[in-house]
Design a protein around this ligand. Structure first.
Ligand SMILES: [Zn+2]
Length: 304
């Protein structure tokens, strides 16, 4: 629980318990998964949209990835609410057992609410190997697109964020998971936490803002819970190891069902299964992120 101590030192005020006030329950969940986003960069880069969510919701800048600090095992841990030792995803070469897929939050919501609109929009194509077609209503990836015409460095991230924003307005999904990969590319290319990397973080913060605006435009902001999370950080131009730079990531949650400073149980009928699953497996919804990140870290630390 080293990170827990770090959090207390970094933000001692948040250790004071904050009174729980009943917040509206969430009927929609928007998860923005930012691949390779370091906790440090959230503070160092120009991130007004992430900070607005942090201010209005709950967050930790001291969450830990599972080991190894590689994308597949960590997105798997997040989607499945389980550790690599349990779900078997130890690397990016892992392949889904289509006959016996490990349950995901998508599956949990699909089971509890067969009519739910569940969308996965992802830049990293291998993210799409973590779940089945039956789990989601719609997949959006960066293959079928106008990307061939747009060869700019971050075209795929902008495409995915744009499609997600459009679908949020058109379909008002119960759950949309948006995976953006451009920060991780920037880390591998320009060194994690470098100026150029932080500039890319600022660009992704703009995409976060556009997605929040789409939630507003859809008229569902009041009953939407928004997450900004990351799988791992990075050091120099890589990740996979056990250093704080590679392991320490931000988790931010704001919106319906979330009391400022305290994550409340989110039990909107439409998403009850999703949250029950995540709560059972991940304990996340009882975590008082600013006062007690223990349950969250339990979820993120291997073997806990
Ligand atoms: Zn990753």
């Amino acid at each position: 629980m080293i990170s827990l101590r770090v959090l207390f030192i970094a933000v001692p005020l948040f250790a004071i318990s904050i009174p729980c006030i009943a917040a509206p329950l969430a009927q929609h969940v928007v998860v923005i998964g930012v691949d390779g986003l370091t906790a440090k960069s959230v503070e160092k880069a120009d991130t007004p949209n992430m900070h607005a969510l942090m201010k209005s919701g709950s967050y930790t800048l001291a969450a830990n990835s599972v080991m190894p600090t590689v994308s597949g095992p960590n997105w798997g841990a997040i989607l499945m609410g389980s550790e690599p030792a349990v779900n078997g995803i130890h690397d990016n070469e892992w392949k889904l057992d289509k006959n016996n897929p490990f349950p995901t939050i998508f599956r949990a919501l699909r089971t509890s609410n067969p009519g739910a609109t569940i969308i996965a929009a992802y830049e990293w194509l291998d993210f799409g190997r973590l779940f089945t077609n039956q789990d989601v209503t719609q997949r959006v990836n960066a293959i079928k697109s106008a990307l061939q015409k747009d060869t700019s460095e971050n075209a795929a991230a902008h495409y995915i964020a744009g499609q997600a924003a459009r679908l949020i307005q058109e379909k008002k999904p119960q759950l949309i998971f948006i995976h953006l990969d451009m920060i991780d590319h920037a880390g591998h290319t320009y060194i994690y936490d470098s100026d150029k990397y932080n500039s890319a973080v600022g660009e992704v913060d703009g995409l976060v803002g556009a997605i929040v605006k789409a939630v507003d435009a859809a008229g569902i902001r009041e009953n939407t819970a928004l997450f900004v999370i990351a799988d791992h950080g990075g050091k120099n131009t890589g990740h996979g190891g056990d250093t704080p730079e590679e392991k320490t990531v931000p988790w931010i949650v704001s919106g319906a069902g979330v009391v400022q400073g305290v994550v409340e149980r989110l039990q909107g009928d439409a998403i009850e299964g999703f949250f029950q699953r995540w709560r059972q497996l991940a304990h996340i919804l009882d975590a008082q992120l600013r006062g007690d990140v223990g349950p969250l870290l339990d979820r993120l630390q291997p073997g806990a």
